[in-house]
Design a protein around this ligand. Structure first.
Ligand code: HEM
Length: 358
């Protein structure tokens, strides 16, 4: 794939058609100086402009022999691969820097059955790198982290493959690790009205956040081996959709409207459907992950769930409340990591990520 424009009214990587691979990193600041952080964001933006255009960072991967090169080099010769880099600031970012946090940026409430590992949760700043080539996504995060040396360091990171949500309704819907089509009903990246209503922050937000969005990430472990011993009927009942076609119960085709009353009362789709929750909607952009096995012979695998929304109280929070209480899927999954960040609006040429904050 070619380059995705970095500049624009919104950050790329949200409404952008979902790429195949993810490298997501959460970093903690090692400074409480807004000036220092603004300097880093300026350097990051310059590097991101270059990397998303398949160019080397700074002076490039070679240079004076006695200094380490500006660019680490492993993406040399590779195409842009539709690389997007998207950043967000967590509640702790504003506390550390003593800057006013946006009203809607609050730590997420605790949900029943959460088993969150602090070492895989939170982070002052997040960077989402998506690309069709994992080497390009990993190179991008690595080089941003390198530029942050002395100002911020990685708290945790996650690699993802196999997008689990599509924002392009015409394309074939991808499948998650339970083998079901995922992202059938999602906000399309081309649906401007839905994006304005449910994804982009508007006048209600501080200026720097307008055209931006709130990102919720959840690392959800999936108990693959238990699932694989479950009957097809039970699997389908859990979602309220068929496995092969992805059709909702009571309808024939994947994209048919969902006749909610035909789905089991406690089924994942019935519980999370906007009609069951007063219109609540999110843009899902998650990826599958498999980090080898867990030492007990089980796959350390799951869904790295990413959701963008204009207001977490009208997005992730009410949906997850409904799911945490009743979703039959809970027997097969566990939320083990979590984070929330406010992602600033788009960057114009010459400016930098979050400039309006400083
Ligand atoms: C729909 C899987 C976690 C929100 C679906 C569908 C599947 C699925 C197969 C049906 C296809 C579709 O419409 O996209 C999973 C799996 C999860 C998970 C395997 C965990 C490992 C979550 C979480 C949330 C969520 C944590 C939000 C809190 C939704 C929503 C829909 C949906 C909003 C669309 C409902 C509709 O409009 O019909 N999910 N999901 N899911 N899921 Fe999940």
């Amino acid at each position: 794939g070619g380059p995705v424009p970095f500049h624009g009214p919104h950050q790329a990587g949200i409404a952008t058609p979902v790429q195949d691979r993810l490298h997501f990193a959460a970093l903690d600041l090692g400074t409480d100086s807004p000036a220092k952080v603004a300097g880093l964001l300026r350097e990051w933006t310059a590097a991101a402009v270059r990397m998303t255009a398949a160019q080397e960072v700074g002076g490039g991967a070679t240079g004076p022999e006695l200094a380490p090169p500006d660019d680490t080099g492993e993406a040399l010769g590779l195409p842009a691969s539709r690389l997007t880099l998207t950043v967000g600031f967590g509640p702790s970012f504003f506390e550390k820097l003593k800057l006013p946090a946006p009203d809607r940026l609050k730590e997420l409430p605790r949900f029943p059955a959460d088993k969150l590992d602090p070492a895989r949760s939170g982070g002052d700043v997040c960077v989402q790198a998506c690309a069709d080539d994992p080497q390009v996504a990993v190179h991008a995060v690595r080089n941003l982290v390198r530029l942050a040396f002395g100002t911020a360091s990685v708290r945790w990171s996650q690699l993802g493959f196999g997008k689990t949500s599509s924002t392009t309704p015409d394309a074939q819907t991808p499948r998650n690790l339970f083998g079901f089509k995922d992202g059938t009903r999602n906000i399309a990246g081309t649906d401007e009205a839905a994006l304005d209503a449910h994804v982009w922050v508007g006048e209600e937000g501080p200026e720097w956040l307008r055209g931006g969005s709130y990102l919720v990430a959840r690392r959800i472990r999936m108990h693959i081996e238990t699932w694989d011993r479950t009957s097809l009927k039970e699997q389908e009942d859990i979602f309220g959709r068929t496995k092969r076609e992805g059709a909702p119960y009571g309808a024939a085709r994947e994209h048919d409207p969902v006749p909610l009353e035909k789905l089991p009362a406690d089924s994942h789709v019935r519980l999370s459907h906007p009609d069951a929750l007063g219109g609540v909607t999110i843009l899902r952009r998650g990826y599958s992950f498999t980090d080898g096995s867990d030492g007990l012979g089980r796959l350390e695998a799951g869904l790295f769930f990413l959701a963008y929304q204009r207001d977490p109280e009208k997005g992730f929070i009410p949906i997850q409340r409904a799911l945490a209480a009743r979703d039959p899927l809970n027997e097969y999954i566990q939320h083990v990591g979590s984070g929330i960040w406010a992602c600033p609006g788009g960057v114009t040429p010459g400016s930098f990520w979050g400039e309006g904050l400083f």
